[in-house]
Design a protein around this ligand. Structure first.
Ligand code: ATP
Ligand code: MG
Length: 419
């Protein structure tokens, strides 16, 4: 137990960590280009926030949350997603009083008690954005372009955008009745969860992963059939914008999303490369959430990308990347005085942004040079008493084996000029 991390969690280090850092750098640059500012909210919130914000009838709230009591008996939950916390902060910090729309992004761990498998973890990570304050289809399209551009920048092409509209509360009510009418004869053939959903939230049956349920709903009427005029026009505008921007999409009435708060546009980016857990990004418009959490009615739209899955897709398309270790210079030493000098030079070089290393094991010169090779040092230098007395030493290019004499007090400038 002591040396085993909890099921569904993972240590990130080495090359995999480098791949994460590269991915996160692309995300941060992307958000800067699109005008989204980072927000970091707590990893835990009051349980009620997620009950309200994610929705009582969702899988997340019903079975996946890490909920516990703190020492004062408050019910606390580790965030299962990023939107509820971001919207809570938007209200608490009065971000609505600033220039509108509000554009936020986050990169955060998220926690769900699920059955761990490829692309499904108990602690995973999401990159998400939220655009709050506008109901315009241009906002929906903008949010979609951010996800689309991300996929382009990380170098993957075999991911498809699926879009749908769930309409507003009116359309949803009408649709739920129509769907129930269609399903009522097949009720016995639905899975237990879906039989429960039939009364509480029939729309979610469309999202069921059980084969028998999938078959039953494959011919069901779609929300698109019952959209009211305003929602229909909104959806048409979103599509027209995507067409104009040259972003391909598939209209997919099966996209209903796992969270209760969605209205109008919903979308997913789906990969066929990584098996069953193919949805790497899910999002849409959530015009009722801000009000649900106690704010003024505020339209909003956003998405969340699962970063573990994104990395799986990147690696499926482009292979695993390796990140060779390299250092600019290794400075070895012989004797006590030289050891001091070497480490002081190393510190000077590092301050100037030159990656330098020395010996920490009291190794022989031969072993020190072997180490220099191992860490991919571009240059090396060995200092002894003579070098200290003369203030000069030999700098060796490890690749060409070329040698040159350098004044020790000019080492930093020399290195900066030759690198
Ligand atoms: P799924 O249907 O696969 O359970 P979801 O609808 O529950 O996904 P969302 O709540 O929309 O997922 O979360 C957004 C994204 O976060 C997903 O598209 C996915 O990439 C990622 N994600 C969700 N749950 C997990 C998990 N347990 N492990 C890893 N990634 C996850
Ligand atoms: Mg899920």
């Amino acid at each position: 137990m002591l040396t085993k991390a909890p099921r569904g969690t993972k240590d990130l280090f080495g090359d995999e960590m480098n791949a994460w850092l590269e991915m996160e750098k692309i995300i941060r640059d992307l958000c800067k280009d699109f005008g989204y500012g980072e927000i970091r909210t707590p990893v835990f919130e009051h349980t009620e926030l997620f009950q309200r914000g994610v929705g009582e009838t969702t899988d997340i709230v019903q079975k996946e949350m890490y909920t516990f009591q703190d020492k004062k008996g408050r019910s606390i939950t580790l965030k299962p997603e990023g939107t509820a916390g971001a919207v809570r902060a938007y209200l608490e910090q009065k971000l609505y009083a600033g220039i509108q729309p509000t554009r936020l992004y986050y990169i955060t761990p998220a926690f769900r008690y699920e059955k761990p498998q490829a692309g499904r973890m108990r602690q995973f990570h999401q990159f998400g954005i939220e655009l709050l304050g506008s109901d315009s289809p241009t906002a929906d399209a903008e949010v979609i372009t951010v996800a689309y551009e991300l996929l382009k920048r990380v170098g993957i092409s075999k991911v498809k955008l699926h879009i749908n509209s769930l309409g507003g509360p009116e359309c949803r009510k009408k649709y739920n009745e129509k769907l129930k009418e269609y399903l009522k004869d097949n009720l016995d053939h639905l899975c237990e969860t879906c039989r429960d959903r039939f009364e509480r939230n029939p729309l979610r049956i469309l999202d069921c992963k059980t084969e028998s349920c999938k078959k039953i709903v494959s011919d069901a009427p779609t929300v698109l059939d019952v959209l009211g005029d305003e929602c229909r026009a909104h959806f048409e505008k979103v599509k027209a914008l995507l067409d104009e921007m040259g972003i391909p999409y598939i209209i997919d009435p099966g996209i209903v999303r796992g969270l209760d708060y969605y209205t109008k546009t919903v979308f997913e980016f789906i990969s066929t490369d990584i098996g069953a857990q193919g949805t790497i990004c899910g999002g849409g418009r959530y015009n009722n959430l801000v009000e649900e959490l106690g704010g003024q009615p505020t339209p909003a739209v956003g998405f969340a990308v699962g970063l573990e899955r994104l990395l799986l897709v990147i690696e499926a398309e482009n292979g695993k990347k390796t990140y060779p270790v390299t250092k600019d210079i290794f400075i070895g030493s012989i004797g006590d005085a030289a050891l001091l000098k070497a480490h002081s030079l190393i510190y000077q070089l590092r301050q100037a942004g030159v990656t330098a290393e020395g010996d920490h094991f009291n190794k022989s010169v031969k072993a020190q040079m072997k180490y220099a090779d191992k860490i991919g040092a571009k240059y090396s230098m060995i200092i002894g008493d003579d070098e200290i007395n003369n203030g000069k030493a030999i700098l060796k290019n490890m690749e060409t084996k070329e040698e040159r004499e350098v004044h020790l007090d000019e080492l930093v400038t020399t290195m900066k000029s030759i690198l």
